[in-house]
Design a protein around this ligand. Structure first.
Ligand code: DX5
Ligand code: ZN
Length: 226
């Protein structure tokens, strides 16, 4: 099965004072979906955006908006993020007491579902509940611990991407395999060769001057690395 390369800009590294305009440039530059990290100051040591950022960006942005819930008790907020207009809700597997229930409740709202896995975590919950593999659209292998842009790449990410590919194949599932954290020119060749196709990129998209060019350069590098 063919999984096309996707670049999903993460607005955590955008200029918050100019958020809609930078998000629009990310869309115009070919960003596949816009990645919005939601942080609660508890699950990770930072705050980012509240629920209101989703409808605010919907006024300007046409590509799907992905709410990456880097929060404790995500079950409490699924309804809110769905109503706000999120096109996909990604939960961190270690925040869900009963992951199958959380995934079903996202899908019951008519929203696509994704799962994030931290560097020090494996796929035990997915192996124990393989029905989930049919129900998610995206599995994110985090290459950093949630909280901040610009952190270093955890090398364990590469074997974990390969393992995610095997898991998908074993079960005949069709979800994209994403990497979130330190996705950029240095890491993309190895990430893509290992089998990930969905590249979530913050600093490497927004920290340079030209957001549109940054996205095309990342996508071209990824496609050349296949
Ligand atoms: C980390 C977030 C990432 C973050 C990545 O908490 O989940 O989406 O924006 O930033 P970079 O690409 O700068 O590592
Ligand atoms: Zn994220």
């Amino acid at each position: 099965m063919n999984f096309p390369i996707r670049v999903s800009p993460s607005i955590l590294s955008a200029d918050f004072g100019n958020l809609a305009a930078e998000a629009l440039q990310a869309e115009q530059g070919g960003g596949h979906e816009l990645h919005i990290d939601i942080m609660d100051g508890h699950y990770c040591h930072n705050f980012s955006f509240g629920i209101g950022v989703v409808p605010a960006l919907k006024k300007t942005i046409k590509i799907p908006l992905i709410a990456h819930l880097e929060i404790d008790n995500p079950d409490m907020f699924i309804d809110d993020f769905a109503r706000a207009g999120s096109d996909m809700i990604v939960v961190q597997e270690d925040t869900c007491l009963h992951l199958p229930h959380t995934i079903s409740s996202i899908r019951d709202k008519g929203v696509r579902a994704g799962i994030g896995v931290n560097p020090d975590r494996g796929y035990e919950k997915l192996r124990a509940n393989p029905e989930i593999l049919e129900e998610i659209d995206l599995l994110i292998v985090l290459a950093v611990y949630p909280g901040f842009g610009g952190q270093p790449f955890s090398p364990i990410t590469i074997p974990k991407i390969r393992e995610a590919c095997s898991l998908r194949e074993e079960h005949g599932a069709r979800f994209d395999i994403g990497v979130d954290g330190c996705v950029g020119a240095e890491t993309i060749p190895d990430i893509v060769k290992a089998g990930a196709n969905y590249l979530i990129a913050g600093s490497s998209v927004f920290n340079g001057k030209d957001i549109k060019n940054n996205i095309s350069a990342l996508r071209e590098l990824a496609e050349r690395s296949l």
